[in-house]
Design a protein. Sequence first.
Length: 388
Amino acid sequence: MTPSAESGGGVGNTWILESFVDIDVEETLSVESILARQRSQIEGYEIKELLTATVGGNTQQGAVTTVYIWFIATFFLDIGGSVELHAPPDYELRCFPRVLYISLPSGACHLNKGVTSTTGDVYHQYLSLELTLPGQQVYPNTAYEFGVSAVNPTTPSTPNYWGIVLRKSVLEVADASRTLAGYELTDYHLVVQNPLASSTYPAVVNSVKVALTFEKQLAAGEIGHITIMAPSSTKVLCQRFKDTSGGGSSRAMLPLSTTIGKYGTHTCQLQYSITLHVEPAMPVLASTYLLELGVLNPSIRAAKDFWTILLLPVVEDPTLATLTAAANGTANSSDYASSWRTAKALLSLQVAGFGVSYPFTGPDIYPFEVSGCKALSIGVAALLLMTA
């Protein structure tokens, strides 16, 4: 909370600078302010909650990716205001080919490069997304999402923090957070296409196709599980999962174990996720795998409309006895933590969702009457004879 006169010992929200002469460093904390040679004070800044935001994208080293940002605005931004996205050092940001204004009001994009003290005096790139369209502003307590083109560095970046700044039209900072945890770079050469839906109607059963492309072969045991997470308001129908790679050829499918999962090859831990269990004794070949998921579309578009792909390590699943003991508080916590359900992901990759909406409908087109078609045909034939 912002310090008050009562909580601050009578000083309140005030910063004081004092300088002393001929006093040892150890004595400065006990010396009285009346002995100060110089003294100045200024009103402090207001303490408030920082922006709530998340950052995600393709974690492949050196990959061209789209970075997705989700945040909850805390202030109103009118026309002329802007949303700034600051990248860690060595990341390249792009206004082109385009900025994905998913729920953020669209406007003008400007690429900037330089050093700012709030990012640790490091050279970095940042985009400024200026609001330019009348009637489209940023409102407080509202969630917004957008995506920008970026190029990952080939080595991990230090410090690995992203920043987002809400700036008013007079360039005054309305709110900012420069310590958003970035994603850790990996080298699995996995490319994931945006999910393709058979229907975008709200609240209907939908068939979603997800294509996973492994550009290099992964050795046996290098990964143990693949989790696909839909937006939290989407329900995954676990019984309707199919691997349609190679037209249904078993040689072209992912090497999945048939004994680990609740449904044989897979498990649905959450209502919006599905985890595929890879056979630990078989490698994942360099290929494109086409997966088909049955889902129930939400009734409205999700606030975080993106899909997440996780690669999990090979871990032993706890036995029923271990789970029961954990529920009773008598199990070893390290045994329970060895489950794939709680394992730290080797890779986390996000792609844009398809949303839900009603498709475009044009004006109704009525058929011609049969008699009218005959009269039209006779007229056209007569005109052709006269021309000949």
